[in-house]
Design a protein around this ligand. Structure first.
Ligand code: UT7
Length: 325
């Protein structure tokens, strides 16, 4: 049976120039490099400069992805940006990226599923391609979490960073079998009863303010490993594949202990896991496309490799996408 498979044709990323090592926090807060590294695996993160916004990061990453795909912006039918830190309440960051790239046709919109945003965006883009609504889609994760951190809360401000990653997704003919290139299976989940475990205490409707991030870290951690391993198994089952078939696990980069725990639960050795959390911190929706782009740049992802991405974040929302490179 012939089918249309959304295939990743190119990747790109952008990180703001300013690198902030753990030591900068230790100079101002009751924390230490040792605590941050041992509890999270984070060694440094990038923070956007004054006047540098989520749409700027997203546009840089999109340009890099187009160059990597060998495509022009004019070939793109849709732009989807996953973000929880848009420049403005509206319009969508995606329309700013569209304008930045000189695209004046097709459509553009944002998706807000916090740290699971890129997985949600990839699944939605795949659905649009499968439905014939678009052929080539720029899927971007971009964040400036430095703008919503409480600098006096050592339990959260040391964990997050700014950045953007992008992929160009193109619908190509496949056989419908699991050895096709492209997206093979998606799984999306949300459970709003846990919405207070990780949230921002402001908003246009609530108080007209941007607010800052609040997190019950230990509780989120407790949900993470269990839910991530379950969603990973779901996409493998849907594609008729097994964890032992996976060449690369590209997880959301929130905490090295969560990444290790999930890999262990799936029976995957760490050699098969892409880890960038040490250099980027938690960049929320940007973390997976950033990790994909870094791994691709390093030549680690080979055509035919089975790649599993998974993420969990505020909502709680979580999910996974299984694809063949
Ligand atoms: O991306 C969205 C999803 N988010 C996540 O996946 C994050 C999930 N959670 C985590 O990654 C971890 O829970 C944290 C890294 C946030 C915290 O690690 P933990 O091992 O769960 O530590 P904890 O929250 O249980 O705190 C242990 C201790 C506490 O002190 P007491 O109560 O034991 O005296 C904290 O007050 O560490 C203290 N602490 C710190 N100490 C030094 C909290 N933050 C810091 C800090 N420096 N920055």
């Amino acid at each position: 049976m012939t089918t249309i498979r959304p295939v990743i044709r190119g990747t790109g990323h952008y990180l703001p120039a300013r690198i902030v090592p753990n030591a900068e926090f230790a100079a101002q807060l009751e924390t230490s490099d040792e605590w941050i590294v041992s509890r999270s695996g984070i060694e440094r993160r990038h923070f956007a400069a004054e006047g540098e916004f989520t749409s700027d990061l997203a546009t840089h990453a999109a340009r890099a992805a187009l160059a990597n795909a060998g495509m022009d912006a004019g070939q793109i039918d849709a732009v989807i940006v996953a973000t929880s830190t848009p420049d403005y309440t509206f319009p969508a960051v995606a329309t700013q990226v569209q304008a930045g790239l000189g695209i004046t046709s097709g459509f553009a919109f944002d998706i807000q599923a916090v740290c699971a945003g890129f997985v949600f965006a990839l699944a939605n883009a795949s659905g649009l391609i499968a439905a014939g609504q678009a052929r080539r889609v720029l899927v971007i994760g971009a964040e400036t979490f430095s703008r919503i951190l409480d600098w006096s809360d050592r339990g959260t401000c040391v964990l997050f960073g700014d950045g953007a990653g992008a992929v160009v997704l193109e619908g190509l003919p496949g056989t419908g079998q699991s050895d096709d290139r492209g997206v093979l299976a998606c799984d999306l989940n949300s459970d709003g009863q846990y919405r207070e475990l990780l949230y921002v205490d402001g908003g246009v409707s609530r108080n007209g303010q941007a607010g800052v991030l609040r997190m019950q870290g230990r509780e989120v951690f407790r949900h993470a490993v269990e839910k991530l391993a379950a969603t990973a198994q779901t996409v493998l089952d849907r594609a008729g594949l097994q964890a032992s078939d996976v060449d690369w696990l590209v997880p959301h980069q929130a905490n090295l202990r969560i990444i290790r725990g999930t890999a262990q639960k799936m029976g995957l050795p760490m050699e098969k896991v892409v880890v960038t959390v040490q250099d980027h911190g938690n960049t929320s929706a940007a973390s997976i496309p950033l990790a994909l782009s870094v791994a691709n740049t390093e030549g680690r992802l080979r055509p035919g490799d089975l790649v599993l991405t998974e993420a969990i974040g505020g909502g709680l929302s979580w999910g996974a996408v299984l694809l063949r490179w």
